[in-house]
Design a protein around this ligand. Sequence first.
Ligand code: ADP
Ligand code: MG
Length: 449
Amino acid sequence: MDQFMAQVPVFEQLIAEPSLNAMLALSWQDFQKFIEYLFACAGYRVEDVSQLHFPNGPGVDLNIKAETGKVIGRVEVRRLILTTKVDVNDVSAFWGMLDVAGGKTGYLITTSDFTAPAKAFAATATTREKLWLIEGARLLRYISYVRSSRGKNAQGFRRIPHPTSPHWLFHADTWQAARAQQTTNHATICTVSNNKGGVAKTTTALNLGVVLAEMRQRSILLIDMDGQASLTFALPPPDPAPVPNLADYFAGYRKLQELITPTEFPGIHIIRAHPDLHAMDTGGIAKPESELRFVKDVQSIPNYDWIIIDTPPARTQYTRHALAAADQVIIPVVVETLAANGVNSMLNTYESMRALVGKPPALLGAIITRWKQNALMQTEKPTLVDALRSKSVHVFATSIPHDDNVDKAIRGTSLGSKKSLFTFRKNMGAAAVGYQNFVEEILPNDLNQ
Ligand code: ADP
Ligand code: MG
């Protein structure tokens, strides 16, 4: 990465806050260098070949290579003001330089856009999937996806350890367009997430499911994506025979839908977690193929009104997959010092997944849980609320009070009781009332209303 040394801080700033205007403010040489840096961050080895072809007409700016050194793609960049589009002559000239027969993929990248004939040229049977036209909006998405999908290498450089192509954004868009055309109702997919542990993610996912099923007669599928499997243990199968779990899906020998198992509760099914998920985790690095496969697999599950996904308290591949598949995200928070850290870390992943999928999940907001009316919490609350609002995270009006019945109810269901937090006492406890009010707040977001 020596070739970037001096420019790394500038380029990282552009990656942290990508904008087309900031890219247009670069010289064309620096813009090309920035794209070179971006592909290096995305896991390619990069070689500047712009001098080889210049000035004999349009050429190739960068060769991008696999770790082995084999050239697997070619990149041409056009830093253009937004009203000037790249036309078909430019695109066909680049196509001519590509060496498609040699297995190379082409990426023509601009800050602006492409003319309709240029797009048509890249959509023919010959050029499709070999020539990708990346306009300004997709360039911004690619930057955001790469940004939070990296890990440090031995040289301290933050990059994805394997080449990660921008063409996944097109695959995501194709899927979202197909999903929008589906005429059957699909479930509202709600992911409960925060990178901090102990903030009642699992409790919220469980009780959200139970209120919707017991009191609103909705059909619910819970998906436990945490290797600690708390949700799985809270809802044991009625039949003690071994049941499949999500590790079988990520290992590749079970389809997602085959993992759905019943619980003691009518109207609530679950896809179970297993500690093997921890062992199989690749952390927060990019796995676009797997992420998009999961998006499709979850979004293709029929027959449920709501699919509620519980996530692990860390930057894991499962958090990434769960956020990518979501229509909506709910963030449970406990009022305590440094509470915002777990949220910010999760939001970075959220931004990355939002960039990948064509249709971004809505960030519904944060729900304060385990709330106690004591001096410490009263003092800390405004700080947390301000921190959330500064990230444009809505804070729900309802808070879930601290209530020992929560633990007692979970203990009951984990031993096979059919009584939920809402039915195991004559009078509902404070947390049960809280979760009921919370459902009132989020029901307008039921996509099938
Ligand atoms: P996470 O999934 O975020 O790690 P959990 O849902 O497992 O958090 O909750 C952490 C602990 O706090 C559990 O023991 C749970 O029973 C308890 N808990 C959750 N919500 C409440 C509440 N409102 N009142 C009291 N205890 C709670
Ligand atoms: Mg949990």
